[in-house]
Design a binder for this molecule. Structure first.
Ligand code: ZN
Length: 418
């Protein structure tokens, strides 16, 4: 088992071109418009029809029609219940296949593999990631494995480029570097006879790929389409299915029994790991909840009219704030070594000052987490500095208050100008 397990979430492949969950259908639309020949237009049309139905239903049941995970789950549910708005049942039966095709085509269309000196390189940041793992190996930091929720083959390709072979944890895997792809992979398919999961070897994929045309065009990136090559795999002396194995990131995993060995292995690795490192993208710019908060802060009326549940969001924010205040109380009590009901009085002013100094607007709608952290550092060093200089406590409060007033004044002035 491994001492270090890396978990790669959605967004780990963002720099390599893969769209984020919330941007997925925008990216899919762009891929459909780009006119790539291999794109299955029928599936795209069907998925967008299904999305339109979901958007209509969204008024009654809250399914976010922009989020791939939510939509995938809703479609799986629709296929099971044979119902999705006014969509005819024969189309609903096709939805499962259609959304998988859209995922595959969108990923294959948007992932970019850089060309350098006539060779296809590992996309960023996976080249650096593999270099890091190599350094860990040289420093004798124990074995490393990766569990990923992504379907793309950027990591697989990086491992192949680094000269290692991949152990997917599937029955019969014989590689050396363990990668557990929990939701399937673009280069996995199923045996038409025994139903076993069969990966397409990357060397076979690359050998079948002709770079000459891209090189003549002077392209800096290539796409590596995998779906077309899956039929080359043979298992039980028969060609395998032509569809990649894509498992929904939702509850419905019953039909993927053959992946149990991968999941069990991931669980064993995680249970015995000494360190677990998780790679995900930062939430604020992408996550709907936080975007809604910006909207509510900026203009509550407009936010309400665009369908945001203001009271629910504000309630959640107060809950989060209460929890964080609890954490702060524990730390404060531990530091002082005693507790009193009025401990931490006026600390909220420090917190507000830290946020305002960090660029958060008291009028709402503006501010970033990093700024608030910076503001907190400034306030803390100010506190510390004044105590070291033995400034009297009442003077400290006056100075901090003056800073808060100045910051708010500057914010107001900036608002007026803009
Ligand atoms: Zn077979």
């Amino acid at each position: 088992m491994s001492r270090t397990v890396f978990i790669l979430g959605a967004g780990a492949s963002k720099a390599a071109g893969a769209p984020l969950m919330n941007d997925f259908f925008d990216a899919a639309e762009a891929i459909r418009r780009s006119g790539i020949a291999s794109v299955d237009n029928g599936s795209f049309d069907l998925v967008f029809d299904g999305l339109a139905e979901l958007t209509n239903l969204n008024a009654k049941a809250t399914v976010d029609p922009h989020n791939l995970e939510a939509v995938f789950g809703a479609f799986e549910m629709a296929v099971m219940c044979k119902r999705l708005g006014n969509l005819p049942s024969e189309q609903i039966a096709q939805l499962g296949l259609a959304i998988r095709r859209v995922i595959v085509d969108t990923l294959e269309g948007s992932m970019q593999f850089p060309i350098q000196d006539g060779e296809v390189m590992a996309p960023s940041p996976y080249g650096d990631f593999l270099a890091l793992i190599r350094k860990m190996n040289q420093a004798d930091m124990g074995s490393v494995s990766v569990a990923t929720l992504n379907y793309d083959i950027a990591l697989d390709y990086a491992v192949y480029r680094a000269g290692s072979s991949i152990d997917y944890g599937l029955p019969g895997s014989r590689g050396t570097f363990p990668i557990m792809k929990l939701h399937g992979s673009l280069n996995w398919t199923r045996c038409a006879k025994c139903g076993g999961t069969v990966p397409l070897d990357l060397p076979a994929l690359i050998a079948g790929y002709d770079l000459t045309r891209s090189l003549i065009r002077g392209a800096q990136y290539v796409r590596l389409p995998v779906r077309k090559r899956l039929v080359q795999i043979k298992h039980c002396e028969l060609p395998c299915e032509a569809e990649p194995l894509i498992v929904p990131p939702t509850w419905n995993k019953a039909q993927y029994r053959d992946l149990v060995s991968v999941w069990e292995r991931a669980a064993a690795h995680l249970a015995e790991a000494e360190s677990i490192i998780v790679f995900v993208y930062s939430l604020p710019p992408t996550d709907e909840f936080f975007r809604y908060l910006y909207a509510i802060g900026g203009n509550p009326d407009a936010a309400r009219l665009s369908g945001i549940n203001i009271r629910r969001h504000i309630l959640i924010v107060f809950c989060i704030m209460g929890c964080l205040a609890g954490v702060a109380a524990i730390i404060y009590t531990a530091r002082v070594g005693s507790a009193s009901p009025d401990a931490g009085q006026l600390l909220e002013l420090d917190a507000i000052a830290a946020c305002v100094i960090g660029g958060t607007s008291l009028m709402g709608g503006r501010g970033i987490v990093f700024g608030a952290i910076l503001g907190a550092l400034i306030m803390a060093s100010l506190d510390n500095g004044m105590s070291l200089m033995s400034v009297a406590p009442y003077m400290q409060n006056i100075i901090k208050g003056a800073i808060l007033v100045t910051a708010v004044g500057l914010d107001m002035a900036g608002r007026k100008r803009s």
